[in-house]
Ligand binder design. Sequence first.
Ligand code: BES
Ligand code: ZN
Ligand code: ZN
Length: 494
Amino acid sequence: MRLLLADTPPERYACDLLALPVAEPGALVGEAGDVDRAVGGRLAEIARAEGFSGKPNRTVLLQCPDGPVRRILLVGVGRDPTPERLRRFGGTATRRARDLRAARVAVTTSAGPGAGHPPEEWARAVAEGAGLGAYRFDRYRKPEDGADVVETAVIARRGDRKALERAIAAADVAVRATGRARDLVNEPANVLTPTALAEIAREIAASAGLDCRIIDLDEARAMGMGLFAAVAQGSAQPPKFIVLEYRPDGAKRTVGLVGKGITFDSGGLSIKSADGMKTMKGDMAGAAAVVAAMGALRELGVTDRVLGIAAATENMVGGAATRPGDIVRGLGGRTVEITNTDAEGRLVLADGLAFAIRAGADELIDLATLTGACVVALGDWTAGVMGNHQPLMDRLLAAAAQAGEQMWQLPLYEEFLEAMRGEITDLRNSATGREGGAERAAAFLGEFVGTTPWAHLDIAGPAFAESAPPAPYLPSGGTGFGVRTLLRYLAPSK
Ligand code: BES
Ligand code: ZN
Ligand code: ZN
């Protein structure tokens, strides 16, 4: 779907569907009032007849066969709408447009005075919602209902044109990167093997001006990445430790992004239940977010050097698989007793983080579908944030809030690390009991970052949508969670 900026009065914009956000209590004021007058008050009349109150997600549809606007959709955005509400409005507009087979859509970007945010922020939110809502994964079956939206015009009549253009362009980049991450997560594990992910990373690098290095099992082992190797050794599919590098001129610091890339997590010999394995093709969502975000950095003019690491391997069973009780050594020399082969994410991430530091990262962010415990703690739609550097976590949380991605900080108290200390090794990869599982996993990772500022995002909940997502711009399956936060974080002025 194409996103474009327009400044035409909405009632005159020729399109198949015009969507207007309306705040509670549902009065048609501002642009919605103009549109209502242009159709002789029929919009207000039907809204009244249907008891439309502007409550979130309530809609009213008016057919206008003879006007330049073929249909008008009112969408409730609640009292005191926020940019996130407008993002959801954008998603609703696209979803309804598809159902109605409306190919050309227009959306307005203001449901009131817009206090607290500049016009470009509202426009960006609507554009993101509209673009994200257009996603579908139809590579294996063409959908029977609806038709794709071809173009959405984002109508913004106030504000600086240059700033608005930049906002729509940034939304477009974020939408495409998120779509790419969603595709990677939705591809099944028989298609998206570590080798396939490495090939895609290579293609992205070639088209986005990144360096790309792929490290295979032997090399990883020779380099000392014994934790990554231990997870990989039971699979028929060869693992790939993927390193992307974005190096703009004049960069003053290096941000290291590290993604958990388990293309399928069976649990290994500590095998999962059939039910627990069902969505485990999505256990590479952290890596997907990293690879997709890396592909967008040049377009956004990011000024830092950024390393993107995807530690990609399956976690399988077999004669060569790691056994519970095996002792291995990570990059940097720490010994780990693998007490549970299903706690594999922290193993591949530990080597990924240690690698990133050796490659010059001054700051680290990792993304991982790491623990079921984080989902129990925070629910399906919120990522846990943990780390060793409060200012970094605060900046990430601020970027997430702007992006509309829900994140919540969890503590890293001393006792969480104590639980991860080994009896005969430096560390063990799983503790006794299930208490504080997300924090314990993070405490384990913290042992591999030293004093480098580091933030860990446990995205086990929001990376993959099994139940109905809370926002209309989120699909079921892979959500691309994390991409938009990373891009806001790395390109704050865009
Ligand atoms: N990939 C899983 C975590 C997960 C669970 C992601 C549910 C998404 C949805 C991870 O590798 C895992 O199995 N973790 C174990 C850790 C335990 C063995 C210490 C868990 O959460 O049970
Ligand atoms: Zn696991
Ligand atoms: Zn896993």
